[in-house]
Design a protein around this ligand. Sequence first.
Ligand code: GTP
Ligand code: MG
Ligand code: ZN
Length: 224
Amino acid sequence: MNPPVRTIQLPLNARVLEANDRIAAENRAEFERRKILAINLIGAPGCGKTALLEATLRALSGGRRPAVLVGDLTTRRDGDRLERWCDQVVQISTGQGCHLEAHQVRDALGQIDLSRVDYLFIENVGNLICPVGFDLGQAVTVGLFSLTEGDDKAAKHPYLVESADLLLLNKVDLLPHLSFDRAGFAADVRLLNPEVPVLDVSATTGEGLDAWLSWLERRAVGGA
Ligand SMILES: Nc1nc2c(ncn2[C@@H]2O[C@H](COP(=O)(O)OP(=O)(O)OP(=O)(O)O)[C@@H](O)[C@H]2O)c(=O)[nH]1
Ligand SMILES: [Mg+2]
Ligand SMILES: [Zn+2]
């Protein structure tokens, strides 16, 4: 197998990132003080971020208390979907922005009662590239890939694979219908990040959700 080709660096302005990191550190300190597990969920458009969160919120009911921030350029559609399952949802409109930034998270937190949150899910803008470069103050970064994007996406998006604490492969219910090379995908991931766990899930059928919830529980403050 060929090693990943690296020809360009992410085009991020160092001063913008410095300012972002300062606010992200403040967000992180606030989450730690309040014992909130903040999860930055990053994946391509349509990979199933909102569907996974809907299934997760349904499965959590009565247990850990969730809140959700969801970023999109425009529309409240994802926020409306998530509000059916959670009473603390904030839709962040990024306008022309193709990723969330720490100040947007900080501002959105003003609309959340943090005293009754255990898990803060942050659905980033659908994009596999620059969301990786903008720290939001999360405790964990979760990369979501799905079968419908093709089996080469881990190899083509090394920054997400390298920086993720967990990778989820969604839409596994479609495996019989697609020519997705599951073993090849896993090999690409291992080359980039030998440690990261990869869980197969289906937001539609619920397959794999238990393993995802157990992983969250282990990462939760005061978790097993
Ligand atoms: N078969 C199948 N379809 C899924 C699954 N998860 C999501 N979908 C479908 O994939 C489409 C996109 O799902 P969304 O949850 O909107 O994806 P998203 O990543 O939130 O999309 P953006 O927020 O627009 O980036 C929808 O039609 C979902 O019903 C799954 O596990 N299996
Ligand atoms: Mg979505
Ligand atoms: Zn961006």
